[in-house]
Design a binder for this molecule. Structure first.
Ligand SMILES: Cc1cc2nc3c(=O)[nH]c(=O)nc-3n(C[C@H](O)[C@H](O)[C@H](O)COP(=O)(O)OP(=O)(O)OC[C@H]3O[C@@H](n4cnc5c(N)ncnc54)[C@H](O)[C@@H]3O)c2cc1C
Length: 483
């Protein structure tokens, strides 16, 4: 044990073999954790796994196509990947042990044999449901699926939406994702053409009959979760009027003045809201609205329950404190509104993974500063988490970076203090030790060099269309580039 502690000593000079770390998930959390560790620990070797052949998680598949500046973080990730202690293994799903053999998956148990530590940063790949009658009918979708569809996440290219069958869409939720989808639904098609939105989405959106988008929240304007930038963009959409009960919004803002004077970002946002759309309601042929104090209680359908025809809300009132603490309480009054498309944007959801503690109530991996805790609250040696899986599916890339750095610092501290890691009695060889498993399960790992080849093909395809890139939307097409 004493000898092990010496081997684990922090200085690279004292290390007789590399410290092997696996990272599960190559989104911002995985990359920023890696970035910090490569900087802080000389003798670390990091293998970053992703179930998809392409890296960067929601930067590629979540961030809106008309926000190219946000995607610039990919160049930071490219620089991380240049370090020869880094290896990317795309197209390797880390999943349940029971599915390992048949589904070309590697289990956590198998990973543990070859690494000193594992960071789980696989994000949130599901969405939350409203739990109201008829939610499953045609025309009700998650914003997550809609975003995945226009951003080209594999297996979403066949998503069916009634975009050419109705002029009214409702988005349930008032966060930035809700505004992203409202903006994409109402943006001029020629604006979208210049982005990396998928061609099939462009084709479908060019035939869309959606003219009115209602963005609905259960609480009031002061509790809305979107930020000023997204709200301003929405207000500035060409030829789109903003409709809302502006007098009521004004009175809510006035009543909150003492609080707003202490909260500059919120004050700025309320200013944008109060000023409202610059487009006059009469000249615009499209509109969007913010509807407050409404909770959906039922999706209204045709008699055969084949499609959406409307939505029933219970009207709410607020109670229990100012701003974020205010709670929406149903009044027992109801309202029916017609619409042909409902997109629920009430949050993403992480899923548990075999062999990793999970708090189902909170929907995250329990942890202390990124170190995973078991059901008794004890630290699990060598197991860490970062990003949306660690703190729940909220927050932008910058907050994910801060949180990933915290996890990396915890790992650095544990290495420095020679704390126990995974199977300390085994010698670790990282992904090299998994080659047999890859071969027997037909898994073809994709390296970062491979990814850059896929990306070059996407740039070339995009150039022909006057777009920054045209994404491959099928795994087999991505892999075909490498053959
Ligand atoms: C629609 C949308 C728009 C957004 N827009 C912005 C924006 O404009 N600006 C901003 O700053 N932030 C934005 N965000 C937030 C930002 O995307 C997140 O903060 C960030 O991506 C979270 O990083 P993560 O690494 O935790 O998760 P993710 O980015 O989701 O990465 C998780 C990775 O894990 C992989 N994975 C999943 N399961 C497995 C498995 N079993 N085995 C192996 N790999 C697996 C996934 O393929 C993925 O690559 C947006 C988020 C969404 C949803």
């Amino acid at each position: 044990m004493v000898l092990r502690r010496c081997i684990r000593a922090f200085s690279s000079a004292a290390a007789t073999r590399p410290f092997r770390l696996a990272v599960v998930g190559s989104g911002p959390a995985g990359f920023y954790t890696t970035h910090r560790l490569l900087k802080e620990v000389d003798h670390v070797k990091i293998d970053v796994y992703d179930s998809l052949p392409v890296p960067h998680g929601l930067v590629r598949f979540g961030v809106a196509p008309d926000h190219p500046e946000v995607k610039n973080v990919m160049t930071t990730f490219d620089r991380v990947a240049e370090d020869d202690r880094f290896r990317f293994l795309g197209n390797v799903n880390i999943g349940p042990s029971s599915e390992s053999a048949e589904k070309g998956t590697v289990s956590v148990q198998e990973l543990k044999q070859h690494y000193d530590a594992i960071v789980f940063s696989y994000g949130a790949s599901e969405d939350r449901h409203l739990g109201v009658p008829n939610e499953e009918v045609y025309g009700v979708e998650s914003a997550r699926a809609f975003v995945a569809w226009y951003n080209g996440l594999p297996q979403f290219d066949n998503l069916k939406l009634p975009l050419d069958e109705t002029d009214t869409a409702v988005v349930i939720g008032q966060g930035n994702v809700a505004l992203d989808v409202a903006r994409v639904l109402l943006s001029p098609i020629d604006t979208l053409r210049k982005t990396d939105i998928t061609e099939y989405a462009l084709e479908t959106l060019s035939k869309s009959k959606i003219r009115h988008v209602h963005v609905v929240g259960r609480r009031g304007p002061l509790q809305a979760a979107f930020t000023s930038k997204e709200l301003r963009e929405q207000m500035n959409l060409p030829n789109v009027a903003f409709k809302a009960d502006k007098e009521w919004i004004k009175s809510e803002i006035e009543a909150a003045q003492p609080l707003l004077s202490k909260n500059r970002p919120l004050k700025r946002m309320m200013g944008i809201l109060e000023k409202g759309s610059t487009v006059s309601t009469t000249s615009a042929d499209r509109s969007w609205s913010l509807e407050f104090l409404r909770s959906p209680v039922e999706i209204l359908t045709d008699t055969n329950r084949t499609r959406v025809q409307g939505i029933r809300y219970e009207l709410n009132q607020l109670t229990g404190g100012p701003l974020g603490a205010a709670k929406a309480i149903g009044t027992g009054q109801f309202e029916d509104r017609a619409c042909g498309l409902v997109l629920r944007s009430i949050g993403y959801k992480s899923l548990p993974l075999d062999g990793v503690p999970f708090d189902s109530r909170q929907g995250l991996v329990p942890n202390r500063y990124g170190k995973i805790l078991d059901s008794e609250g004890q630290e699990v040696p060598g197991m860490y988490t970062a990003g949306w899986l660690k703190r729940g599916p909220t927050g932008v890339i910058v907050s994910t970076m801060t949180d990933a750095y915290e996890t990396a610092d915890t790992i650095v501290e544990d290495i420095k203090e020679a704390r126990p890691m995974l199977n300390d009695d085994l010698d670790k060889d990282g992904a090299d030790g998994l080659k047999g498993i890859f071969k027997s399960r037909g898994i073809r790992p994709v390296s970062y060099v491979d990814w850059k080849r896929i990306e070059a093909a996407e740039f070339a395809a995009g150039e022909k269309l006057g777009k920054p890139r045209e994404k491959f939307t099928k795994v087999e097409d991505m892999l075909a580039v490498l053959q």
